[in-house]
Design a protein around this ligand. Structure first.
Ligand SMILES: [Zn+2]
Length: 128
């Protein structure tokens, strides 16, 4: 297995963390403005280890408004874990290195372009 350039990897991690911070901020703002005082109370009680508490809160609640952000946050979290395990940058399905250009555009991706296209095709064909 080829190891990614440590400098590139560090840069990708920085971008992921940055994106994660931004997403959390947006999600928090949406919760605050969208859900009123009961959630503000809840949020003020969870100031310690905020992320974890909020993650639990999000798991229990389905806000369609923030669902795409929640999914992206989960993808970022998984990407960071893959970095720790040294499997970042490789396709989850076929194991091939993910195109560097693709990683630049969406550093949280876990699939190469072909496998992503395949999944989307399957999802469409399968319907809901
Ligand atoms: Zn693949």
């Amino acid at each position: 297995m080829t190891v990614m350039d440590p400098q590139k990897l560090a840069a990708s991690r920085e971008r992921l963390l940055e994106r994660k911070r931004k997403l959390w901020q947006e999600v928090k703002n949406q919760i605050k403005t969208g859900l009123g005082e009961s959630y503000q109370d809840l949020l003020s009680t969870v100031r310690d280890n905020e992320d974890q508490a909020l993650a639990n809160l999000l798991e229990e609640t389905q806000f369609s408004l923030i669902e795409p952000k929640r999914q992206e946050l989960m993808a970022i979290e998984e990407a960071l874990i893959r970095m720790d395990h040294g499997t970042y940058g490789f396709c989850e399905d076929c194991g091939a290195p993910i195109e560097p250009r693709r990683l630049e555009i969406m550093p949280q991706t876990s699939l190469c372009r072909e496998c992503q296209a395949l999944r989307e095709k399957v999802a469409k064909a399968g319907g809901r």
